[in-house]
Design a protein around this ligand. Structure first.
Ligand SMILES: [Zn+2]
Length: 254
C-alpha cells in the first residue's frame, strides 16, 4: 500500500519533471532562462495560463492545439512527459529506495533532456552533460559503486577511444555531443552494459534510418538525431540487460 502511494507520487513527479525537461531541452540550446519566465506558445507568443501548463492533461484538453492561435503542439511533448512518468515509477519498482534508484532517476532525466535537444536542434548541450556528470560520477565513486570498482573508468575510457576511432575513420558519422554522452554513459553503466547499449542503439538507428531512407523521407547525406536511439538502447540495457544476459548465457552454463 505504501509502495503504491510512492509509485503514484513518482508518476506525478515524473510527469511534472518531464514537462520541465521539455523546457530545459528546448531553452538551453537557445540560451533562454529556465526559471521565472512563463512558457509561451511558440507560434503566437501568448503566455500560457496555469490551466495550459498541466503536464499531459493540458495537451489532451486542448486537443493538441494552442487555445488562441490553434497552432498544433508537437505530440512529442506529452509523449516525453508520459515516458518520464512511467520510467520514474518503473525505477522505483525495480530498485526500491536505494542509491541505484537515484542513478536511475538521474539517467532518465539526462536522457529525456538530451533527446528533446537533439530532436529539436540536432545538438546535445555541454552544460546539460556537465550538470549530470557531477552527481553521476560522485554516486558511482561513493554510494553506488559498480563491481569491480574500476568498471566505470574502464567503460568510459573504452567507449571514448572506440568512438574517437570510429569518428576519425568515418568523418561526421557521430557528433561530438554523442561521444561525450556515451562516455558519460560508459562511466555510469560500466563496460559490459555500455557496449550492449551502443550495439542496441546502432542497430535501432540503422533500422529506423534505413526505413526513412526507403520511404524517401530523408536523403542519405541528411544527418538525423542519434540521441533517441542512444536513450532507448541505454535504458533497455540498464533495466533488462542483466536479465537478458543471464537468460542468454544460461544454456551455456548448464
Ligand atoms: Zn498560439
Amino acid at each position: 500500500m505504501v509502495m503504491m502511494i510512492w509509485t503514484l507520487y513518482l508518476t506525478l513527479a515524473g510527469s511534472i519533471l518531464g514537462s520541465f525537461y521539455n523546457v530545459v531541452g528546448v531553452r538551453v540550446p537557445l540560451r533562454q532562462p529556465l526559471l521565472f519566465t512563463r512558457s509561451a506558445c511558440p507560434a503566437c507568443r501568448r503566455s500560457l495560463k496555469p490551466l495550459e501548463l498541466i503536464p499531459v492533461l493540458s495537451y489532451f484538453l486542448q486537443k493538441g492545439r494552442c487555445t488562441s492561435c490553434k497552432a498544433t503542439i508537437p505530440l512529442f511533448y506529452p509523449v516525453m512527459e508520459i515516458l518520464t512518468a512511467c520510467l520514474f515509477a518503473f525505477s522505483l519498482l525495480t530498485f526500491g529506495f536505494s542509491y541505484e534508484f537515484l542513478i536511475a532517476l538521474l539517467l532518465i532525466s539526462l536522457l529525456v533532456i538530451v533527446v528533446v535537444s537533439d530532436i529539436c536542434f540536432m545538438l546535445i548541450p555541454n552544460v546539460v552533460l556537465l550538470c549530470f556528470t557531477l552527481p553521476l560520477v560522485a554516486l558511482r565513486l561513493t554510494l553506488a559503486p559498480l563491481d569491480p570498482w574500476f568498471d566505470p573508468f574502464l567503460g568510459a575510457v573504452l567507449v571514448f577511444s572506440l568512438l574517437l576511432f570510429v569518428s576519425s575513420w568515418k568523418k561526421d558519422s557521430l557528433g561530438g555531443g554523442d561521444i561525450k554522452l556515451l562516455t558519460l554513459l560508459g562511466f555510469t553503466l560500466g563496460t559490459q552494459q555500455v557496449l550492449l547499449a551502443i550495439a542496441a542503439a546502432s542497430f535501432l538507428g540503422a533500422l529506423v534510418g534505413g526505413v526513412f531512407l526507403l520511404a524517401r523521407k530523408r536523403s542519405p547525406e541528411e544527418p538525423f538525431p542519434f540521441a533517441p536511439f542512444i536513450a532507448i538502447g541505454t535504458l533497455f540495457v540498464y533495466f533488462f540487460g542483466e536479465a537478458l544476459l543471464s537468460f542468454q548465457l544460461s544454456p551455456f552454463l548448464f
